[in-house]
Design a protein around this ligand. Structure first.
Ligand code: HEM
Length: 566
């Protein structure tokens, strides 16, 4: 089984936080040492802030970085007793080459697909906080493997958290297509007040339970179509094709199209021709997302000149914008021409946004963001969940039993109260996310100087919270190496007690910037698993697959599941 190795907590790598001045104040040498350390620390802070600034300022803010004033934290004992930023352990950058070479093919020791392993190796080697500095064109990365410190960072992030994600998308929105986005960047890759304003305009309709309820039936229909297509794809051994991940991708695209564009895109139709719109959407979605890791984690030369990869990326993004505009214009037309008195039931998400904002552009940009982040995340999560189900027959049986009890007639339409009672199914999903977190980590660009794990960390540094590692640490999760969905259940539903740090496994992030699509993601996954496992048995009878990062963390290889009717 592909389980990450059991990790040991590195207490030895922890700095002595309270190395107080009084301890060394006895001698002159000690005083000058302390002074020297402070000077080093001030220089390091200034250097790191300067390095970080280029990336940390959001183009949509249109503001200059605030003039430097001495931050209040500098006067506290916590700051003064902390070790300097430079003392944080981590791989040492080489002169001129920095650390970027470590991610390069052949000469580097790390490959992009191994990002999850790198994160784990860094923890094993350096301890609970690791500084990865000297990366070309980007600020230092600070990996934090301490769930209490992660909690502290999240809880003190203020009203406009800064998630340093997708600089390529930032450049696309703020430079390449400034003509279209202007001041309305959306939520992904946008920060500060512009992010807060956009998010507060769309958050309510997106997360409202009434909106989610409205999509249960349409998404169930799409899922039924998907399962019918799967049946048609089975070979003589009842096995799904080698590129089954592609089919999952089409299902998620069809779902997000229904939610964000109010349309059936037609991605699940048989025999799509290469020039058909659905196939073009499928190709563009795949290309845009799969190349982001390469664009952003390897040396980002595209920031300085348009590389072929960048040019293709821009073309794809333009295609997406065009598709969103087309569907949103037709939704607006529908709303204009439809007799309002004939409208009944809950309006769709798009209708809610168009009616409340009276601005088609807001709806278009919202749809674009939902589509861009809502396809790969969910399809890779589903690949991972299905693989774990297929390779854990006993666990699969438990979910099936639960479904048989709740849906004695397999054709019973799903309802929200029924989904609410699928405790085992939901616990299974959570356990997959804990052990194989699809999004391997989250991050924040620090907006204030902070003390983290006993070190002075300057603002502008990118803190990385590697949930794939912390979710598997014995320190935070009892019997972490064992796959046990029951740990997520309440005792009345068969739950087993044990330690589960609330900040060790956060698949959807946390706080004001938490995943905007999480309710749709949960709904889509629950519908798919309920329909699939009530009616079919899933098996995987091939050599085990490794997990790798292709933007998301998922099994790396053909998902040749055997799918047989029960
Ligand atoms: C299982 C699937 C998914 C996972 C694991 C996931 C995970 C995440 C994570 C970790 C974040 C960052 C949160 C933070 O910074 O605290 C995020 C942000 C976001 N997600 Fe998801 N996501 C999933 C599915 C979706 C779907 C289906 C949609 C769209 C319908 C979506 C839309 C978004 C958006 C728009 C943001 C940016 C929010 C903001 O910055 O304000 N996600 N997601």
């Amino acid at each position: 089984m592909n389980q990450l190795p059991k990790r040991v907590w590195h207490a030895t790598a922890t700095p002595v936080i309270r190395r107080t001045a009084s301890k060394i104040a006895g001698s002159k040498a000690a005083s000058s040492q302390l002074l020297q350390r402070r000077e080093n620390s001030a220089t390091a802070t200034a250097e790191a802030t300067a390095a970080a600034t280029a990336d940390a300022v959001c183009p949509h803010l249109g503001l200059e970085q605030e003039a430097a004033a001495t931050p209040r934290i500098h006067a506290t004992a916590e700051w003064q007793n902390a070790l300097s930023y430079q003392e944080i352990p981590g791989p040492k950058p080489l002169p001129i080459l920095g650390n970027t070479w470590r991610l390069m093919p052949i000469i580097g020791q790390y490959t992009i697909s191994d990002v999850a392993k790198i994160s784990s190796l860094l923890h094993d080697r350096y301890g609970r906080i690791v500084r990865f500095s000297g990366l070309i064109g980007r600020p230092d990365l600070l990996f934090i493997y301490d769930a209490d410190e992660i909690e502290k960072c999240y809880r003190s992030e203020g009203p406009t958290p800064f998630r340093p994600s997708m600089p390529s998308l930032v450049k696309y929105k703020s430079v390449v297509r400034k003509d279209f986005f202007g001041e309305l960047g959306g939520v992904v890759g946008v920060h500060g007040e512009p992010w807060r304003q956009f998010r507060s305009r769309v958050q309510k309709p997106v997360l409202q339970l009434s909106t989610i309820r409205r999509y249960l039936q349409p998404l169930e229909v799409i899922t039924e179509d998907f399962l019918e297509r799967c049946e048609r794809l089975l070979d003589a051994n009842e096995e799904l094709p080698l590129d089954f991940d592609n089919e999952i991708h089409k299902w998620s695209l069809e779902c997000i199209g229904r939610v964000a564009l109010d349309a059936r895109l037609g991605c699940l139709e048989d025999n799509l021709t290469p020039d058909s719109e659905p196939q073009q959407i499928i190709d563009a979605a795949k290309y845009a997302l799969r190349n982001v890791a390469t664009l952003e984690l390897k040396a980002p030369y595209w920031r300085y000149f348009p590389t072929p990869l960048w040019t293709r990326y821009v073309k794809n993004m333009n295609f997406f914008v065009g598709v969103c505009m087309k569907y949103i214009q037709s939704a607006t037309e529908r709303l204009k021409t439809q007799d309002a008195s004939l409208r009944n039931g809950e309006p769709s998400l798009l209708e809610k946004v168009i009616m409340s904002e009276k601005d088609e552009k807001i709806a278009t940009i919202m749809a674009l963001d939902l589509i861009l982040v809502g396809i790969d995340t969910i399809s890779m999560a589903v690949c991972s969940i299905l693989y774990q189900l297929a390779t854990r027959p006993a666990e699969q049986q438990k979910v099936h039993e639960e479904l048989k009890r709740l849906l004695p007639d397999a054709n019973t339409p799903l309802t929200i109260p029924l989904l609410d009672q699928m405790h085992h199914l939901k616990a299974f999903i959570k356990e997959v996310f804990r052990m194989y977190s699809t999004v391997i980590g989250n991050g924040r660009t620090l907006q204030e100087d902070s003390v983290i794990c006993g070190y002075q960390v300057p603002k502008g540094v990118q803190a990385v919270f590697p949930t794939i590692v912390t979710g598997n640490m014995e320190e935070y999760v009892t019997d972490a190496a064992t796959f046990r969905p029951e740990r997520w259940l309440k005792p009345q539903h068969g739950g087993t007690p044990g330690k589960l740090h609330p900040f060790a496994s956060l698949p959807y992030g946390y706080g004001a910037r938490m995943c905007l699509g999480r309710r749709f993601a949960d709904l889509e996954m629950q519908i798919l698993l309920a329909k699939l496992l009530r009616n079919y048995k899933l098996e995987y009878n091939h050599p085990p697959l490794d997990y790798a990062v292709t933007f998301m963390y998922a099994p790396d290889g053909p998902l040749r599941f055997k799918m047989s009717r029960i």
